[in-house]
Design a protein around this ligand. Structure first.
Ligand code: AMP
Length: 289
């Protein structure tokens, strides 16, 4: 396994692979790897010849008051873990290497035939509370796609909105690759694995699985015939409120394609999605029912 830090260096490897007609699988990450990341890598290893992961904490997708500086970084530990998943190349550039003189950005806006007031995918859910976040994500992912030129790129359902937006961008901009989304990997108690779980105190961690439990409660209600989303959201909120020090950013039931809010369930599947602060740590989770 190679660790490469320059764009020139990784392009050379990619060139060589393409000359040998190898297919390239790509898993973009911000590091602090866990089993959720490894599941994406293992799938990539199964489906493609050469697997590249990127480890880059992207300043462009963090707000000024967010955790960019303290986001966990551990390249050595990550390299050890990635090796166990059969990783071929880690691309771990510096911020300067990625953004020297960048003045171009990728973003979404309303297509010309739609009312300008219509809320676009990047402004909903996490986009509402993290302005500019998805512009940062789309810009870095586009740069990484251009550098790595993958045949298949792998994303996790844990970040449902992110995966949806990236798939839409790849379609809109005719990017020559397939975007795959894989299921959320959870801790044994149900908490979605996340690099940010490291911020939780022992007490916070012991309560954090209630986020998933609240989603399962909602699923149960829907399966037993509840159609009124306000009622379902009320049940979710009631469970979340029992987590000490929690503050709800949003809880929504939405169309999994358009992310439009649903008031009454008429067709399925629906997306149940939430973002909650546990202490200062913002956690997200979702299920599709
Ligand atoms: P991150 O390092 O948090 O930016 O995540 C990198 C990729 O791993 C993204 O596509 C995430 O959706 C995915 N990912 C993160 N956590 C999980 C998880 N628990 N299960 C599956 N995929 C995940």
């Amino acid at each position: 396994m190679k660790i490469i830090t320059t764009i020139k260096g990784i392009k050379k490897e990619i060139n060589q692979a393409q000359r040998k007609r190898l297919t390239i699988g790509f898993v973009p990450t911000m590091g602090a790897l866990h089993q959720g990341h490894l599941a994406l890598m293992r799938q990539a290893k199964k489906e493609t010849d050469l697997v590249v992961i990127s480890i880059f904490v992207n300043p462009l997708q963090f707000g000024p008051k967010e955790d960019f500086r303290r986001y966990p970084r551990n390249l050595k530990g990550d390299a050890g873990l990635a090796r166990t998943a059969g990783e071929d190349i880690i691309f771990a550039p510096s911020v300067k290497e990625m953004y020297d003189n960048t003045g171009s950005f990728v973003d979404m806006s309303n297509p010309p035939d739609q009312a300008p007031s219509r809320v676009i995918l990047t402004d909903k859910l996490c986009g509402k509370s993290r302005p500019g976040h998805f512009r940062g994500v789309l810009t870095v992912v586009t740069k990484l796609f251009n550098i790595v030129q993958p045949d298949i790129a792998y994303f996790g359902q844990k970040d449902f909105q992110q995966a949806l937006i990236i798939r839409k961008m790849a379609q809109d901009l005719n990017m020559n690759l397939e975007v795959k989304t894989l299921p959320t990997v959870r801790e044994p108690d149900g908490l979605a694995m996340s690099s940010r779980n490291k911020y939780l105190s022992v007490t916070q961690r012991s309560y954090a699985n209630r986020l998933y439990r609240s989603l399962l409660k909602a699923k149960k209600l829907i399966i037993s015939g509840e159609k009124n989303c306000q009622q379902i959201i009320k049940a979710i909120r009631a469970i979340i409120k029992t987590i000490p020090g929690s503050r709800i950013d949003y809880v929504e039931i939405a169309d999994p394609e358009t992310l439009a809010r649903i008031e009454r369930i008429k067709t399925r599947p629906v997306l149940i999605v939430l973002a909650v602060y546990v202490g200062k740590t913002r956690l997200i989770d979702n299920i599709v029912v």
